[in-house]
Design a protein around this ligand. Structure first.
Ligand SMILES: Nc1ncnc2c1ncn2[C@@H]1O[C@H](COP(=O)(O)OP(=O)(O)O)[C@@H](O)[C@H]1O
Ligand SMILES: [Mg+2]
Length: 345
């Protein structure tokens, strides 16, 4: 994890939300801002210090990826997998005994989606599903909607059950890429979280939230006062220059060139990072005699693309043909694996 530069005000604010939660108020906190502004690094640093100060809390993070927008409940399955796992005497990861019985009895539909349940669940769930099927077939009129509610209830019930034993902090990163089922579940949990020992931090980029799905949930929950919002604004130019110095240490970059980089990137640290990596790829940032040197002129720097997308494309173009082929293949395989591992709802 990168060292956090600046963001003192945001840390104070996150700490206020944490204190509210510790005093018993379950909450959802939305953390918004453009891509690369520093949402992930802020929350990760904050949670790192929370783990040290409060070792008894359960802290888990799940990332949402654009390749998973159709994988039902993906971020929730990731965190429940962590919540329900423990190590046995031989150091193997197994389902925690504390929750095994509860899950199989009350949450069988979701237990089979949680990787740690693996094979133990399949036989037991089959039995319970078999019983349900018989019951369901007796009732002609089981609507899809009540099926969905049952699943939302099972996820929420499991989370609250675990929280009875240990207060939980969850961090869902890049929630704009969450699947629709997870968005529904977040809203469902949000409306019931008060009074439970659960704090959920949700980061997302409003621009990528094209259908305003998460913004809508955020507004809905705000109106009932169970959520808070933290908008992450741009860093100051000085902080961006400090990030450059910490990434390229030691260096002899001139103040003017660092200011130019900050200005071109609109003080966005991710853009600065990509910018400098591109300059390094093309031999304009070099390490010699124990120091980093920047040998690009301002006009050469002006020719560089400035959007995150173009900067990534440019880096990709500079890779060897073999590496490009491997990366393309890997991304196809990962997409295929991810979309086949969980059922679509
Ligand atoms: N305040 C900061 N201090 C140090 N590095 C930062 C800071 N903000 C952003 N960065 C760096 O910039 C890059 C993008 O930050 P990230 O947290 O991934 O942005 P976001 O999650 O908003 O897309 C990362 O490499 C991160 O380490
Ligand atoms: Mg991020």
């Amino acid at each position: 994890m990168s060292e956090l530069i600046g963001r003192e005000k945001e840390i104070v604010q996150l700490d206020i939300y944490l204190q509210k939660f510790l005093s018993g108020a379950g909450r959802i906190v939305f953390i918004t801002g453009p891509q690369g502004v520093g949402k992930t690094v802020l929350v990760e640093n904050f949670l790192d210090s929370v783990r040290k100060t409060y070792p008894n809390l359960f802290v888990a993070k799940a990332e949402c990826h654009s390749s998973e927008t159709d994988t039902a409940f993906s971020p929730f399955n990731q965190v429940l997998n962590l919540l329900l796992s423990t190590k046995d005497s031989k150091g193997r990861i197994v389902v925690s005994n504390k929750f095994k019985k509860f899950m199989l009895e009350y949450s069988p539909d979701i237990a089979k989606l949680i990787p740690v349940f693996g094979t133990i669940v399949s036989s037991m769930v089959k039995v319970s599903m078999g019983v349900k099927k018989i019951l369901f077939e007796k009732e002609d009129d089981i609507r899809e909607e009540s099926d969905e509610n049952r699943i939302l209830e099972q996820y929420t019930g499991t989370l609250f059950k675990v929280a009875e034993q240990t207060p939980i902090i969850l961090f869902f990163d890049n929630f704009e890429f969450a699947d629709d089922s997870s968005a529904k579940l977040l809203s469902y949990i949000g409306r019931r979280v008060e009074g439970h020992r659960v704090l959920i931090l949700v980061s997302y980029d409003k621009i990528s939230d094209k259908e305003h799905r998460i913004s809508k949930i955020e507004k809905e929950l705000q109106s009932t006062k169970i959520s808070d919002s933290l908008d992450i604004s741009r860093l100051s130019k000085d902080d961006v220059m400090k990030i450059i110095d910490s990434r390229y240490s030691p260096n002899d970059f001139s103040r003017e060139s660092k200011e130019t980089l900050a200005e071109f990137s609109n003080n966005n640290p991710l853009v600065v990072d990509l910018y400098l990596s591109n300059l390094r790829d093309s031999g304009k940032v070099v390490f010699s005699e124990g120091k980093w040197h920047l040998i690009a002129t301002v006009s050469e720097m002006r020719e560089m693309p400035r959007s995150i997308h173009e900067l990534c494309e440019k880096r990709f173009e500079q890779l060897s043909e073999k590496l490009k082929e491997i990366l393309t293949l890997a991304s196809v395989v990962i997409c295929a694996l991810k979309s086949s591992s969980f059922p679509r709802l």
